[in-house]
Design a binder for this molecule. Structure first.
Ligand code: NDP
Length: 287
């Protein structure tokens, strides 16, 4: 993930610089961060750092936890109408008093670089150009980067959220590169989950349960993409915690043909895909 994301950022850097030289355009990413949850702050900092690295203009607008919903919605409207802003992202999760769906639907679909707006999700469903949510998009780019054959394979996606699992299942089942799979989408009500996973040539684990996927669930030679990131207490670490994926990496990895680690797998690809979406948003606005 780290290696593929670094290469993708290099390509993006060239494209951003070309856009600037030829058309005097600099894509701009604006992130809204509400509250002071440590993981969200780290994600936003990483997004900002990577955006700056490829030459995008990036801005972070911070609000305290108690900010009124209207203040946030008004700011989004303002950004929708700001020609210097190509992409808008509101870092999730949001405080309880703010309606997530309302926030998502206020972002104009042409600037929705997270791909969470129902219009972009509908376009994705139909295989039409829109914005693909960054995590599943990053995984598609990762599979393509390493030329991993997906056609005709059995894929099992664990988790059906609108931001990871469900769009992932759609992408893997669509015709085209990193697609053409026969997909099973599993969730907390799935019966015989282990049997589904054991059948899979490609497993995408996005359930948020640390080390849930064990070696005895994996078919030898499978490709395993671990999306989960959970902070687990570990007093021996300076920070007091460590990050765990949804896959028991040390026992599962010897069985796999490919596997992504946590951290350093799907995470960096998610950020690279977000930058790719921001560049795309800028190019589309100016075409
Ligand atoms: P959600 O909590 O929205 O969704 C979790 C999904 O997993 C749900 O569909 C749930 O089923 C399913 N699930 C939970 N427990 C089980 C179980 N025991 N067996 C089968 N299915 C189960 O999470 P997200 O999709 O937002 O994120 C998933 C993980 O990925 C999290 O750890 C998150 O931190 C991480 N993540 C990582 C990103 C990255 O950049 N690498 C980006 C985004 C997320 P049900 O619908 O029935 O409740």
């Amino acid at each position: 993930g780290k290696k593929a994301a670094a290469e993708l950022r290099e390509e993006l850097k060239k494209e951003v610089s070309e856009l600037k030289t030829k058309y005097n355009k600099v894509p701009g990413l604006t992130v809204i961060l509400i509250g002071d949850m440590a993981p969200s702050q780290i994600y936003v900092r990483n997004k900002e750092k990577s955006a700056n690295e490829v030459g995008l203009k990036s801005e972070v607008i911070k609000y305290p936890e108690a900010v009124e919903e209207k203040t946030v919605l008004d700011k989004i409207e303002e950004l929708n109408n700001d020609e210097t802003v190509s992409g808008i992202l509101v870092q999730l999760p949001l405080p309880k008093h703010i309606d997530k769906q309302k926030v998502i639907e206020t972002i104009t679909p042409s600037k929705d670089v997270d791909g969470f707006h129902p219009i972009n999700q509908g376009l994705l469903m139909q295989g039409l150009p829109g914005f693909i949510p960054a995590t599943p998009y990053g995984i598609v780019l990762l599979l393509q980067h390493f030329k991993i054959e997906t056609t005709g394979k059995e894929a099992v996606v664990i988790g059906r959220s609108n931001i990871v699992g469900r769009p992932m299942s759609i992408l893997l089942s669509q015709p085209g590169p990193a697609g053409n799979c026969t997909v099973t989408l599993c969730h907390s009500k799935t019966q015989n989950l282990n049997e589904h996973i054991r059948r899979a040539d490609i497993v995408v684990a996005a359930l948020g349960q640390p080390e849930f996927v064990k070696a005895d669930m994996i078919k030898p030679g499978a490709v395993v993409i671990d999306v989960g990131i959970t902070r687990v207490d570990n007093p021996s670490k300076k920070s007091g915690f460590e990050l765990k994926g949804d896959v028991d990496f040390s026992n599962v990895s010897p069985l796999c043909s490919w596997i992504t680690p946590v951290p350093g797998g799907a995470g960096p690809m998610t950020i690279a895909a977000l930058l790719q979406n921001t560049l795309l948003a800028c190019v589309r606005r100016n075409n």
